[in-house]
Design a protein around this ligand. Structure first.
Ligand code: SAJ
Length: 408
């Protein structure tokens, strides 16, 4: 039996996938409301294929509980935020979960940390949490790290098909954890040591952050000298060894905008490109604000309350707003004493999360003259014709430029 601890964006699909492939699973979360929702037969976020997977897992007998279960295998997938000032990881959720598991687990149990952690976190925080109970790692408790790689928007598919990494102190433990993941994972599973697994995960996300930063920097350069960045990227990408990503309003999500900071925090003075990339990407919402200001001036729009941000989530076709460029931009506006006036609408966000938020496209469009496209949602792609008559700043290059359409 496996106890999956933490039923968020990663823990829930992982628990469901294991259960749907014949593993006996209990999913544990300290959030009572979340556990009750799952026990009422409802998933807690939207994701392609998640509801179908949930049904299969329920049929296979998955259980959800606030309690930790006594068993020999745990998968811990709890949040790992970072301290905004020091940029260092806050491992407190991981260590709290480990301590709770230690309260109930039998001798010889294996703890798989799935949460993304900065390199060295398991040595610095997890091992001491075990040892301070008088337990020996490698004898009383076995440790492994199996960082996730799935992308929101295509999680269920990627969970099954991506290759993955398992880090463990002991080869035999690594192989045991590999067999567990191989129950559903069709990709190659590499077994390595824990520090290598920790570092690899953070490196993967940092690679993407740097590459997005390059695209964003090109957008700024091209804007400063009236060149078309999208045409330049399109042509450059025809080179067999060039693959430039897409510029956008910023980098959000709980992964790419966070993990590189772990390296900056831990290796100050060494992590230079990484820091520059972070600054470029974090500066994009402010750059968009500058574009809004320019366009307002050019089009004679004088009132910020006639500007509408279309898209609140951190990227297309997900309902996840964590660190989203739109939220970053709203914060930035507040710092410039212009907060609370711009209008906001996102078809994926029903809850009231920001000021002047709309819940229908018609009402939103009625109240704005300048629409700023902040996410590449399918709905926004399809609604191009409804934006006729509006000035549009399209930060995602959805609509062809010209007429009333401006780009980054
Ligand atoms: N973005 C751009 N331009 C691009 C691609 C993305 O501006 O060309 C923006 C997105 O709009 C978004 C942010 O970057 O705001 C991140 O989006 P994403 O789709 O690149 O990645 P995430 O954060 O959803 O998921 C990433 C993935 N990591 C990599 O691709 C290396 C995923 O595989 C990881 O599992 C996930 O982080 C994680 O949890 O670590």
């Amino acid at each position: 039996m496996v106890n999956v601890v933490g039923l968020g964006y990663i823990g829930l699909p992982t628990a469901l996938m294991l259960a749907a492939h014949g593993v006996e699973v209990t999913g544990t979360d300290y959030n009572r409301e979340l556990v009750e929702t799952l026990n009422r037969g409802k998933t807690t976020f939207k994701e392609d294929g998640l509801d179908e997977l949930f049904e299969k897992a329920v049929k296979s007998g998955i259980r959800f509980s606030e309690e930790y279960i006594s068993t020999d295998m745990y998968i811990i997938s709890v949040p790992t935020p970072y301290d905004k000032a020091s940029k260092k990881i806050d491992a407190s959720y991981v260590t709290a979960a480990v301590k709770n598991v230690l309260e109930v687990c039998p001798n010889g149990a294996t703890l798989v940390i799935e949460s993304t952690v900065s390199p060295g976190t398991i040595d610095r925080f997890v091992r001491p949490a075990i040892e301070e109970r008088g337990l020996a790692v490698g004898k009383d408790i076995h440790l492994a790290h199996a960082p996730e790689r799935i992308i929101p928007g295509n999680m269920v598919y990627e969970l099954k098909h991506n290759s993955r990494t398992i880090g463990a102190d002991e080869r035999e433990v690594g192989e045991r954890v590999k067999r567990l993941y191989a129950s559903f994972c069709e990709g190659e599973i590499v077994v390595t040591d824990i520090r290598t697994a920790e570092m690899t995960k953070v490196v993967e996300n940092t690679f993407r952050d740097i590459n997005i930063a390059f695209a964003n920097e090109l957008a700024k350069i091209c804007r400063s000298d009236s060149m078309d960045v999208y045409e330049i990227i399109r042509i450059a990408n025809m080179h067999p060894r060039v693959n430039i990503l897409s510029p956008g309003p910023g980098v959000g999500g709980h992964c790419i905008s966070v993990d590189p900071w772990f390296l900056v925090g831990d290796y100050p003075g060494l992590a230079n490109i990484i820091l520059a990339a972070r600054k470029i990407n974090d500066g994009m919402p402010e750059f968009v604000l500058g574009r809004i200001y320019e366009i307002m001036k050019k089009e004679g729009i004088t009132d910020v309350s006639r500007v509408g941000l279309y898209g609140l989530t951190y990227k297309e076709d997900v309902d996840d707003m964590r660190e989203s460029p739109t939220l970053q931009m709203l914060e930035c506006m507040e710092r410039h004493l212009a907060g609370g006036r711009v209008k906001v609408y996102d078809p994926y966000i029903e809850a009231e999360v920001v000021a002047n938020q709309y819940h229908g496209l018609d009402a939103f469009l009625e109240d704005v003259d300048l629409v700023v496209v902040m996410a590449g949602h399918e709905e926004i792609r399809k609604n191009g014709n409804r934006l006729k008559g509006k000035i549009v700043l399209d930060t995602k290059n959805i609509y062809a430029k010209g007429g009333n359409i401006y780009h980054l």
